[in-house]
Design a protein. Structure first.
Length: 467
């Protein structure tokens, strides 16, 4: 009985120990489940936060794409304006050259015309002087002829008086030397008497004497001939003077036209400052376009290099992840649960316990990115953004926390090897140094790339995360 009682008490003690151990295990399991539930809730909150950040990133990418399209449209507009300004400049240069040539031709023609006009004016002055001398001589001749005509008229008047006296007396005889001519009767006319007197060389009478008139006839004929010549010469000179006047009027009209052309040339020369301003504006726009194109090319090259580097990182991380997933032992996740129960956050960047710190880091980087004005400075192509964005942004969903809950009963995973960490650090440090120390890159540009890089590192598997 005593042995049975001792065995029973021992069995009871063992049962009590088992019950207490079972209770302890249940309490541990309950605590672990609560911790896992809390971790799952935190994971869901973080997942929701990352979804919101992903939406914001998509909106930011769309805004950057719009800004890039606007910038390209503006560059095309500036190029079109540059082409138009070049065409206008060429046309202005051609017009200026044509105006200069026309100005030189006008000046040459004006000088030639002025020289010819001066020469013709001198010649006309000489001709006018000669003609005036001839006219003066003709006027002197006309005055002498008028005096002779007045003398002839006086003689004829005396003859008429004598004829009248003889007609009153009657028939008489006029002794002519060497001829004898009967005096006309009352029936004869005075013209007959004049003809007789004019035909006779000398008329002698007891009371008067008639001078010879043959010289007068010759002089009258000469006067008529000279008068005809003078009239012809006067007509010829009048025609010449009218022609000269017409020529002078045409020359004056040409001079007026040339003066108008000269005024137009002066007005065209007044537009020279405007042409210089247009040239300066063209040079400024050319400099702006060159700076924009050079900046765009440099940024595209930098983005291409960054894309290649990130692709290499992704391939490297995926290859390391595949190798680590193959070598995972059964106790890979239980160590995470034990670390959560002990309340010891891991120092590895991107673990589930360090989500709050990681969130603070990402939000700080986003605040630094949004603090700068990035209007037209960040040029990212849609294709490059699709390549550089993380995989969970492409798929539109975040990594689910189900693998963590499913692997809670597995054993701890092996720690990462030192060679992998050194290799990843050796690749990552130059990239971070290039991002942070590039003098031409803005703060928003650096923060955006750091944000993308941290997102890639955070959402990698545990075996691929970097110390």
């Amino acid at each position: 009985m005593e042995a049975e009682a001792a065995a029973l008490t021992q069995l009871q003690l063992q049962l009590l120990a088992l019950v207490s151990e079972l209770r302890l295990l249940r309490e541990r399991e309950r605590g672990a489940r609560e911790e896992l539930r809390d971790a799952g809730q935190r994971w869901e909150a973080a997942a929701e936060e990352h979804r919101r950040e992903a939406r914001e990133l998509r909106a930011e990418v769309a805004a950057r794409d719009d800004a890039l399209r606007k910038l390209e449209a503006r560059i095309k507009l500036l190029e079109n304006e540059n082409e138009l300004l070049e065409k206008n400049e060429n046309s202005l240069k051609e017009s200026m050259e044509a105006l200069l040539q026309s100005r030189e031709a006008f000046i040459k023609h004006y000088e030639d015309s002025t020289c010819s006009l001066q020469w013709t004016i001198q010649m006309k002055d000489k001709q006018i002087a000669v003609i005036s001398e001839k006219l003066n001589s003709h006027l002197v001749l006309f005055s002498s002829i008028e005096k002779e005509v007045s003398a002839v008229k006086q003689v004829l008047g005396d003859v008429h008086c004598l004829v009248g006296e003889k007609e009153n007396v009657g028939m008489a005889m006029i002794t002519l030397d060497p001829y004898i001519l009967p005096f006309p009767s009352s029936g004869h006319s005075i013209s007959f008497l004049l003809l007789c007197v004019l035909d006779s060389p000398i008329v002698h009478h007891s009371h008067f004497t008639v001078i010879p008139v043959t010289d007068l006839k010759d002089k009258v004929q000469r006067i008529s001939e000279l008068e005809k010549d003078v009239v012809e010469k006067l007509n010829f000179l009048e025609s010449k003077i009218s022609a000269y006047q017409r020529e002078l009027r045409s020359r004056a009209r040409i001079i007026y036209e040339l003066e108008d052309q000269l005024e137009a040339e002066k007005l065209n020369n007044s537009f020279q400052p405007h042409l210089e301003e247009l040239k300066k504006a063209l040079l400024v726009k050319d400099d702006i376009i060159e700076r924009l194109t050079s900046g765009k090319k440099a940024m595209h090259v930098e983005l291409h290099n960054m894309e290649i580097a990130l692709q290499k990182f992704q391939d490297l991380f995926s290859s390391i992840g595949h190798e680590r997933m193959k070598s995972f032992p059964a106790n890979c996740v239980s160590q995470d649960v034990q670390d959560v129960n002990n309340g010891q956050p891991e120092s590895i960047l991107g673990t589930h316990c360090g989500l709050a710190n990681e969130h603070n880091l990402v939000t700080a980087i986003e605040e630094a990115a949004t603090a700068q004005n990035v209007d037209g400075q960040l040029e990212l192509s849609p294709g490059s953004m699709q390549v550089q964005s993380p995989n969970f942004l492409k798929s539109g969903s975040l990594p689910s926390p189900e693998p963590v809950a499913a692997n809670t009963e597995k054993a701890d995973c092996l720690p990462e090897t030192k060679e992998d960490i050194v290799m990843v650090r050796a690749i990552l440090c130059p990239l971070l140094r290039n991002i942070l120390l590039t003098p031409d890159s803005s703060t928003a540009y650096r923060a955006s790339w750091l944000n993308l890089l941290f997102c890639r590192v955070i959402y990698l598997p545990r075996s691929q995360q970097i110390l």
